[in-house]
Design a binder for this molecule. Structure first.
Ligand code: ATP
Ligand code: F6P
Length: 482
C-alpha cells in the first residue's frame, strides 16, 4: 500500500507478486478470471506530455497479461463527431487553438460534454466486461476531476486512479510538439508544419492558463514528472493498481535498442528434439564466434548488457561477447514437461490427443508436467518490466521465449504469438519509437536447421509481419450513438 504522496525512486522498487492462476494439463487452459477487476485510469496533463503514449503503453502491457483494456481518447471522439456533423449538416467545426481557450464558454462546454460522453462510453464498456478503461483526456482542472470522481461514485466496484504526466523539460516538450506537427497528427493533417506548430503551441498555452496539478489529497493518483525523474504516488492500493503504477514509473523514452537472438544451433535442434539442455552444434559454435562482430558493429561504443537463460546453449552462445552478462531463470525455454527431449513425431505418437490439442490452440495448451505459452507470458512479466527500465539489451534466448517478448513489443495477438518466426542464426534489432517499434533483422550466413512448425492448414493463419514496421497515429473511427 502506498499512501499520501510517497515519493518513490525509479531504482530499487519492488514489484508485487503476480496472482493469476490457471489450471489444466495436456489440454487447453482456461483464461484467468479477471472479471472482478474494474479500473478507470484517468489521464491528467497538458497537451504533448505523453498522455496518449502512456495510455497505449499501459494498454499493450495489460493486454499482453490478458486483461481486457481499452483507451477512450477524447480527441478521437471529438474528431469523429466533427466529421459526422460535417457529413450530416455540412457544418465544418474549427478545432484550432481558439476551441481550447477556457474563456470561450461555448467551446469549453462542448469539450466538457465530449469528455463526459467518452467517460460514459468507458463505464458502459467496463460494465460489459472490460477490466481497465483509460480515459485519455487532459482532465487538467480540479473541477473536471471532481466530476469524474462524482460520476464514478455512482458505480459499484469501479476503482478510479488519476495518472498525471507533468513535464517542464523544454527538450522533451519540443520533441513531442515536433512529433505532433510532423508525423500526421489528425488535427493538423490539413496544415503546414509551421502553421500546425504555431497553433499547437497556442493550444498548450490556453491549457496552461487554467492547469492545476493534481494535489487533491483524497484521490488515488500517480504523478510522473519529467518521464520518471520523480514519481509521486498517493492512495494506490490493491494488486492491479500497484502493478499499473509500478509499470508506468519504470518507463523511459531514451533512445535505445533491444536485440533478440536465439542461441546458436544446438545438438537437440539438429536431432529435431525439443527442450533439454544440450550444447551447441559445430554450426552453433560458429554462430557464437561470429556474433560479437555483428553486435559490436551495430552498437558501436554504446553500453550493452547481455541477458541469457540458465541453459547451456544460450550461455555458450554469449561466451565471446565482450559485454556484461546476466543469466535469468525466467528466460529458460518453455518447459515441455514429459515431452522434453522428444521429437514432434515422437510426441504425436506417444500423446496423439495432446498433439492435436496443441495444434488446435497452441497458446493455451499446457504440456503435461510443463508449461503453456500463457504460463511463459506470466513468468516473463518481470523481464518485460526490467526491459522497460533498461537501455541497450541483447537477449540470447529461445524460440518460445523470444516469441512472447517479440509479441509484447509489436503488440501481436495471442493466436499468432506461438507461430512467430524467430529463426536460428538471426539477430532481431528493435528500436522503440513513440508509437510502435522499428525492426531490422540480420541473418548470419551460417546454415542452421529450421525449427519453425507452421500453423496447421485448417486453423486461422497468422498475420504477416513486415520486417520493418512503424505505427503512427492509426486512428480508429469511434462508435458513437450520434
Ligand atoms: P495531446 O494532449 O495533445 O494528445 P499527449 O499528452 O497525449 O498530447 P502524446 O501524443 O502522447 O502527448 O505525446 C507523444 C510523445 O510523448 C512521444 O514522443 C513520447 O516519447 C513522449 N512521452 C512519453 N512519455 C512521456 C512522459 N512521461 N512525459 C513527456 N513526454 C513523454
Ligand atoms: O525446437 C527448439 C525449441 O526451442 C524447443 O526447445 C521448444 O520446445 C520449442 O522450440 C518451442 O517452439 P514450439 O512452441 O513451436 O514447439
Amino acid at each position: 500500500r502506498f499512501d499520501e504522496s510517497t515519493v518513490a525512486s525509479r531504482k530499487g522498487s519492488t514489484a508485487p507478486s503476480p496472482p493469476p492462476s490457471v489450471k489444466g494439463i495436456g489440454k487447453k487452459v482456461a483464461k484467468p478470471d479477471y472479471s472482478e477487476q474494474k479500473i478507470v485510469v484517468a489521464m491528467v496533463g497538458l497537451p504533448a506530455r505523453g498522455k496518449s503514449y502512456l495510455s497505449n503503453k499501459l494498454m499493450i502491457y495489460l493486454r499482453w497479461l490478458e486483461y481486457d483494456v481499452k483507451v477512450f481518447n477524447v480527441g478521437q471522439l471529438r474528431r469523429t463527431k466533427a466529421r459526422q456533423k460535417a457529413q450530416k449538416l455540412g457544418v465544418k467545426e474549427n478545432h484550432n487553438a481558439e476551441f481550447f481557450s477556457h474563456s470561450n464558454a461555448q467551446a469549453t462546454q462542448s469539450r466538457d460534454s465530449l469528455a463526459e460522453e467518452s467517460l460514459e462510453m468507458l463505464i458502459k464498456w467496463l460494465k460489459e466486461g472490460g477490466n481497465v478503461g483509460i480515459h485519455d483526456a487532459t482532465n487538467s482542472t480540479k473541477s473536471r476531476r471532481a466530476k469524474i470522481e462524482a460520476r464514478l461514485a455512482k458505480e459499484k466496484g469501479m476503482i478510479l486512479i488519476f495518472l498525471e504526466s507533468l513535464c517542464d523539460d523544454p527538450a522533451v516538450i519540443a520533441a513531442n510538439v515536433e512529433l505532433k506537427v510532423s508525423q500526421g497528427d489528425p488535427d493538423y493533417k490539413d496544415m503546414s508544419p509551421d502553421e500546425a506548430r504555431k497553433d499547437f503551441l497556442r493550444r498548450i498555452n490556453e491549457y496552461e492558463k487554467v492547469y492545476e496539478t493534481i494535489t487533491e489529497p483524497h484521490l488515488s493518483y500517480l504523478r510522473i514528472k519529467n518521464v520518471g525523474e520523480e514519481v509521486t504516488m498517493s492512495r494506490i492500493n490493491g494488486y492491479l493498481s500497484s502493478r499499473i503504477a509500478f509499470y508506468l514509473m519504470n518507463l523511459h523514452i531514451r533512445p535505445r535498442n533491444i536485440f533478440f537472438s536465439r542461441h546458436g544451433e544446438s545438438q537437440y535442434n539438429v536431432e529435431g528434439k525439443i527442450g533439454g539442455d544440450s550444447l551447441l552444434s559445430l554450426r552453433g559454435m560458429q554462430y557464437a564466434k561470429a556474433l560479437p562482430a555483428l553486435i559490436t558493429d551495430n552498437i558501436g561504443e554504446k553500453p550493452l548488457t547481455v541477458w541469457t537463460s540458465t541453459l547451456k546453449r544460450t550461455i555458450q552462445t554469449a561466451q565471446y561477447l565482450p559485454y556484461t552478462k546476466l543469466t535469468w531463470k525466467s528466460l529458460d525455454e518453455l518447459d515441455a514437461g514429459v515431452c522434453d527431449g522428444m521429437t514432434y513425431e515422437e510426441i504425436e505418437q506417444a500423446y496423439p490427443d495432446d498433439y492435436a490439442n496443441r495444434d488446435e490452440d497452441k497458446f493455451n495448451y499446457r504440456y503435461r508436467g510443463g508449461e503453456s505459452y500463457r504460463d511463459v507470458v506470466v513468468r516473463l512479466e518481470p523481464v518485460i518490466m526490467e526491459l522497460e527500465r533498461q537501455e541497450n539489451i541483447l537477449i540470447i534466448g529461445h524460440q518460445a521465449i523470444l516469441r512472447c517478448l517479440y509479441a509484447y513489443f509489436h503488440h501481436l495477438p495471442q493466436a499468432d504469438l506461438p507461430y512467430i518466426k524467430i529463426p536460428l542464426h538471426t539477430v532481431i534489432k528493435l528500436t522503440p519509437k513513440a508509437y510502435g517499434c522499428d525492426e531490422e533483422r540480420y541473418t548470419l550466413p551460417i546454415n542452421a536447421v529450421d525449427t519453425h512448425r507452421p500453423k496447421p492448414k485448417a486453423a486461422k493463419q497468422p498475420n504477416v509481419h513486415p520486417t520493418t514496421q512503424r505505427i503512427y497515429y492509426v486512428e480508429e473511427e469511434v462508435k458513437t450513438s450520434a
